[in-house]
Design a protein around this ligand. Structure first.
Ligand code: CO
Length: 134
């Protein structure tokens, strides 16, 4: 069921500084910042040869990453995203194994314009997982 690693998301306290570091120190291909009001984040994608890095910064008052940055003031890995062929099939299968889907349990359109879901980190060895249908 699980497909490619789509991206690793890193929450950062300063989006421009993090983007500059990837651009200048690491020589990465850094995209433009995009606000995602529905997800409460501003994101910058960094294209690597085999995957992407998603830099996350809070957008709005009720950002789901605000608490994470409070606990991790210098930033940190927030989630990893795996690709799936069929997000409903993946969700139903994972629920049948006892995994909890966050929110209302229905896919939302993510930063790439594709349906995504998040799974509870306590059900996956302390790692917040995002599934994206590709
Ligand atoms: Co993501």
């Amino acid at each position: 069921m699980i497909g490619r690693l789509n991206h690793v998301a890193i929450a950062v306290p300063d989006l421009e500084q993090a983007a500059d570091q990837y651009r200048n120190a690491l020589g990465a291909k850094v995209g433009a910042s995009q606000d995602e009001p529905e997800h409460g984040v501003t994101v910058i994608f960094i294209e690597l040869e085999n995957t992407k890095i998603e830099l996350l910064y809070p957008f709005g008052d009720k950002s789901p990453i605000a608490g994470f940055l409070e606990k991790n003031p210098s930033g940190g890995i927030h989630h990893i995203c795996y690709e799936v062929d069929d997000i409903f099939e993946a969700r139903d299968h994972l629920k049948s194994t006892g995994a909890r889907v966050l929110g209302a349990g229905e896919p939302k359109i993510g930063a790439h314009g594709k349906p995504v879901l998040f799974l509870h980190p306590k059900d996956f060895t302390g790692t917040l997982l995002e599934l994206e249908q590709v």
